[in-house]
Design a protein. Structure first.
Length: 210
C-alpha cells in the first residue's frame, strides 16, 4: 500500500483554512482518495485537552517558551495517534495548521526565535514534514473581522493580540512560502471561497498528482 500524502493549511486568523480544508477533502474524495481531516492544536483526545490551555484565556497567559512546549506536546500526540497511522495506512491527511504555525506564532510573532523553535521541533519530530503546505494570505484586518463572526466560545486568545502581532504573522507566513517553494504554495485568500479552492486544487494537482 502506498503511503498517503500530508497536506497542511496555514495562515493568519480568519484566512479560511478550515473551509478550504473541507472543500479539498471533498475534491480528493471525488477522486477516490480516503481522507482524514484534522486540526492543530488538537486532532487527538490528548491534544484537544491541550488546545483548551493555549487558545483560551488572556493573551499573556503563557510565556513564549511555555506556549511552544504546549503546542509541541499536542503535536506529538497528534502525529503519533492520528497523522502517522493514517499516512501509513494509505490515507491522505489534511490538517488545519501544523509546524509552520509554531514557527510563525511563537518563533516570530511572540519573539521566541525561529532557531529555538527549529531546534525543539527537530528534537521532537526529526524530518517529519508535510508533503504540501497551502499558505492562505489575507489582510489581517479582514481576517480578524471574519474570525469575529465564526468563533464560538472562548477560543479567542490569539485574536486579542494587537494589530502589530497579526501583521508580523502575515509577513512571516509569506516569508516561509517564499523560502520553501518546493513545499509551499502561496494563495490569495481575499477572494470568494470557490476561487480560492480552485487555486488550492491547482496546487495539489500540480504537486501531488492525486
Amino acid at each position: 500500500m502506498d503511503r498517503g500524502k500530508f497536506i497542511t493549511f496555514e495562515g493568519g486568523e480568519g484566512a479560511g483554512k478550515s473551509t478550504q480544508a473541507r472543500l479539498l477533502r471533498t475534491a480528493l474524495e471525488a477522486r477516490g482518495k480516503t481522507v482524514v481531516i484534522t486540526r492543530e492544536p488538537g486532532g487527538s483526545p490528548g491534544a484537544e485537552e491541550i488546545r483548551k490551555l493555549v487558545v483560551e484565556g488572556e493573551p499573556d497567559r503563557w510565556t513564549p517558551l511555555s506556549e511552544t512546549l504546549l503546542f509541541l506536546a499536542a503535536r506529538a500526540d497528534h502525529v503519533a495517534k492520528v497523522i502517522e497511522p493514517a499516512l501509513s495506512g494509505g490515507r491522505w491527511v489534511i490538517s488545519d495548521r501544523f509546524s509552520d504555525s509554531t514557527y510563525v506564532y511563537q518563533g516570530v510573532a511572540r519573539g521566541l526565535g525561529t532557531e529555538t523553535v527549529a531546534h525543539l521541533h527537530q528534537a521532537a519530530f526529526g524530518s517529519f514534514a508535510p508533503d504540501l503546505t497551502l499558505v492562505l494570505d489575507l489582510d489581517p484586518s479582514v481576517g480578524l473581522k471574519r474570525a469575529e463572526t465564526r468563533k464560538s466560545g472562548a477560543e479567542d486568545r490569539f485574536e486579542r493580540f494587537d494589530g502589530s502581532f497579526h501583521e508580523r504573522l502575515r509577513k512571516a507566513f509569506r516569508d516561509i512560502a517564499v523560502a520553501n517553494q518546493s513545499r509551499c504554495a502561496l494563495i490569495d485568500a481575499g477572494r470568494a471561497p470557490e476561487d480560492v479552492a480552485a487555486d488550492v486544487w491547482r496546487a495539489v494537482e500540480k504537486r501531488l498528482q492525486p
